[in-house]
Design a protein around this ligand. Structure first.
Ligand code: AFP
Length: 334
C-alpha cells in the first residue's frame, strides 16, 4: 500500500496559527487532539463487527434513545483525549445529562459541545456515522459556568466533524475556510485532501425523511414539489438522497450541493435535531462554505439555547433554497 504525502492536519493547523500573532497554541493543541480522538474512534468503528461492540448496551441516554456500545466508546475516547489536551475547560455531550467539567489543573481556554457518534442507530447496518463538534472560547477564566456551554452558535470559534465512511474524513472550519482531511490508514495521518470547500449554490440533492410527510406542517410538501419541479423531461436537475445519518447526509450535500430538511412537525413540534451538538456546528460549517442554515423561524446560529439538549427544526444547504424554505415556513405560521 503506498503512503500519501502532502499537508498533514497538524501542519495545516500550525500554519493557520501563524496567521494569528496572539495565538497561545491552545487552539492548535485542541484541534490536533480532536484529530487524535477521531483516529481512536475510527479504529473501534472499523472493528465493530469483530469485537462484539455492535448493538445496544441496554441503557438509555438523556434523549430516551438506546445507547449503543460504540456510542459509549466514542464518548469516552473523545472526553479522555480532550481532557488531557490542556486546552479544554468543559464539554457538553449529546450522551450526557450535564456539563463535563475538566479539573482546574488540566483546564484550558475552550469549551466543546459534541455528538460522539451521530447516526448511531445505523451502526449495525454499516452505514456511515460520525462525530460532530463545536468549539467555543470559555467566558470566564476562574470557573466554568452553565452559560459557557449554553451559547448561540454565532459564538463558535470552530466546528467540524469526523465521518467514518468508505474512508475516515475530518472536516473543520475556524470560520474562514472549510477544509477536509482524509486519514491515510497506512501511516495513521490525516492529509489535506479538500482545501477550501465551497458549497455549490444550486440544490442538486434533496434530503428529507419523506416518511414523516403525514406530520409535516403545510409549507413542506409544496416546497418539496417546487424543488422536484425543477426537473423536466430534458434535464434532471435535482435528485433525492436521504441516509438518516445527518453527518453523512450533510457531508454529501456540502460537496455536491444538497439541501437537508428536518422541519418541526407534529411528532417533534420543537424539532428532532439538537441545537448544540448537530445544528450549530453544521450551520457554522455551512455558512463558512457559502451556504445557510435556518430553523424555519430564523438563522440557526442566532438561537439562544436555554437547555443543553434543546432541539430545533433544521433546513441547511444552498443559501437561496434555505431562504425560500424559511420564507414559506414563516408565511405559513402567520
Ligand atoms: P441517531 O444518532 O439516534 O441514529 O439519530 C440520528 C439523527 O439524529 C440524525 O443523524 C438523523 O438525520 C436523524 O436522527 C434521523 O431521524 P429520523 O430517523 O427521524 O429520520
Amino acid at each position: 500500500m503506498s503512503t500519501m504525502t502532502g499537508t498533514t492536519l497538524t501542519q495545516h493547523i500550525q500554519r493557520k496559527q501563524l496567521t494569528h500573532p496572539d495565538a497561545t497554541g491552545q487552539f492548535s493543541a485542541l484541534m490536533t487532539q480532536i484529530g487524535v480522538a477521531g483516529k481512536l474512534i475510527q479504529a473501534q468503528v472499523r472493528r465493530a463487527g469483530l469485537i462484539e461492540i455492535w448493538g445496544a448496551t441496554g441503557d438509555t441516554n438523556i434523549q430516551g434513545e438506546s445507547v449503543q456500545k460504540l456510542d459509549r466508546i466514542a464518548q469516552d475516547a473523545f472526553v479522555e483525549t480532550l481532557k488531557n489536551s490542556g486546552a479544554v475547560a468543559a464539554m457538553a455531550s449529546e450522551e450526557e445529562n450535564s456539563v463535563i467539567e475538566v479539573p482546574a489543573a488540566q483546564a484550558g481556554d475552550y469549551v466543546v459541545a459534541f455528538d460522539p457518534l451521530d447516526g448511531s442507530s445505523n451502526i449495525d447496518a454499516n452505514v456511515s456515522i460520525g462525530t460532530i463538534f463545536a468549539v467555543y472560547k470559555r467566558q470566564d477564566s476562574s470557573e466554568v459556568l452553565r452559560k459557557d456551554t449554553l451559547r448561540p452558535g454565532n459564538e463558535q470559534v470552530a466546528a467540524g466533524y469526523i465521518i467514518y465512511g468508505s474512508s475516515t474524513v475530518l472536516v473543520y472550519t475556524d470560520g474562514s475556510s472549510v477544509d477536509g482531511f482524509t486519514l491515510d490508514p497506512s501511516c495513521g495521518e490525516f492529509f489535506l485532501t479538500r482545501p477550501n470547500i465551497r458549497m455549490p449554490e444550486k440544490t442538486k440533492v434533496l434530503s428529507i425523511n419523506e416518511g414523516n410527510q403525514a406530520y409535516w406542517p403545510s409549507w413542506v410538501s409544496p416546497f418539496i414539489e417546487t424543488v422536484k419541479g425543477r426537473n423536466d423531461k430534458d434535464k434532471r436537475r435535482v435528485t433525492a438522497r436521504h441516509i438518516g445519518s445527518l453527518v453523512a447526509d450533510f457531508h454529501r450535500n456540502l460537496l455536491y450541493g444538497g439541501l437537508f430538511l428536518y422541519p418541526t412537525d407534529e411528532r417533534s413540534p420543537k424539532g428532532k435535531l439538537r441545537v448544540l451538538y448537530e445544528c450549530n456546528p453544521l450551520a457554522f460549517i455551512a455558512e463558512a462554505a457559502g451556504g445557510a442554515a435556518s430553523s424555519g423561524e430564523g438563522r440557526i446560529l442566532d438561537i439562544e439555547p436555554t437547555d443543553l439538549h434543546q432541539r430545533s427544526g433544521l433546513i441547511i444547504g444552498p443559501k437561496a433554497d434555505v431562504e425560500l424554505a424559511q420564507r414559506l415556513a414563516l408565511e405559513s405560521a402567520e
